[in-house]
Design a protein around this ligand. Sequence first.
Ligand SMILES: [Zn+2]
Length: 447
Amino acid sequence: MTQRKTYDLLIRDTTVLEPSGASFTFVAGRDVAIAGSRITAIEPTGNIPVDTASKVVDGRNQVTLPGLINAHAHSAMVLLRGVAEDVTVESWFNDHIWRLETNLMPEDAYWGMKLAAAEMIRGGVTGVADHYFFMDDIAQACREVGLRAHLAPTMFGQNPDEELAQARTFVERWHGAGDGLIQAWLGPHSPYLCSGAFLRDVLTEAKATGVGVHLHVSETAQQVQASLETHDLTPPQYLDSLGLFEVPVLVAHAAHATSEDITLLSRAGAGVAHCPKTFLKLASGIVNVTEMLEQGVHVGLGTDGAASNNTLDVLEQMRLMALLQKHERHDATVLTRFEALRVATQGGAAVVRQADRLGRIAVGYLADLITVRLGGLHLQPLHDLAAALVYSAYAADVDTVIVNGRVLMEGRRLLTIDEAEVLEQVTRRAARIRDQVPQGQLQIFPS
Ligand SMILES: [Zn+2]
């Protein structure tokens, strides 16, 4: 009879990122032990006998980090990667995306999510906050893959009762599913497309079901102007007037938040998902992340969809965030590499309201961990590990990805996704979606 081991998994002889006040330290020669879904011991290498673990991951010449959280994505939009390039944001929505999305079928979303999950896991992402259609199919894909997911079914409020009823069914079916991997959120699109009455109904539903609200806010200067003209309030002030911040709120973008808005978001405890590459590409403005962090707003990194970002690479977002803040402020000392690492780890966890169990390597925290290879020529010599991670590392340097204690990638090999099958499905479906004549348009982006 084989004896049950103390640990399910042991990352052996690795360097661990540990928060230390406002900064971080990197501690070499550590073993991280995992039992079930949690981190249960962090010890100097040698203290934990190797034979007490069912499986051992060799952590030598690698740094172990909390898994990256993609705090705002439309994952299945990988199906539309490259269909709307070098166009204005209005044209991006109205001439391309909201037309082609009428061609989507539920199974497309399922396979799109699988491709997105494969790309994200290969880039060290262990959790995603997603906002899209066909959420049952997306949840199914995430559960099968083992990716942590905060899923908000997109609602425009065109058929309010029906959309809310569907969202309620989604919450009942999926909130906490997959051993807690799946968390449900409500996903009204935005204050510029949803009516005040609908947003109030969403708030009532969020309170009744005990879930948060994930929506797009202040994406363009024009949206802020229109809100001021209609409500005499900025979009965050308007949401506040509706009482929305009485529940957990995940704000995507807030690119044009004023200083007063930032104070409001901080006081409300709202999380902001910062998606710099999409905003650069659509020339939609730069988020004042520096002031948000100064005012104590929870900021995480998102990719938005691959139809605007082109990749789902959170490491790339971290790098762009730091560079953009320095550029915008004409000050090379702002948004330091340590602050960037904090946003990418603890920030993302706070934005999805799981800071008490994600975003840190600590005993009792969930085992959502990644290891990053340090042997690449572009990282040598390693004078400054934080700088190497923020300014030099590629997604392809990620070696091993663990979510909820389960290994999803080892030595860059995906263990829960059949890449060939996903590619075959996505290639066929993407051609159909692109070539079929669209049945109208989902929405109209105001210009
Ligand atoms: Zn978005």
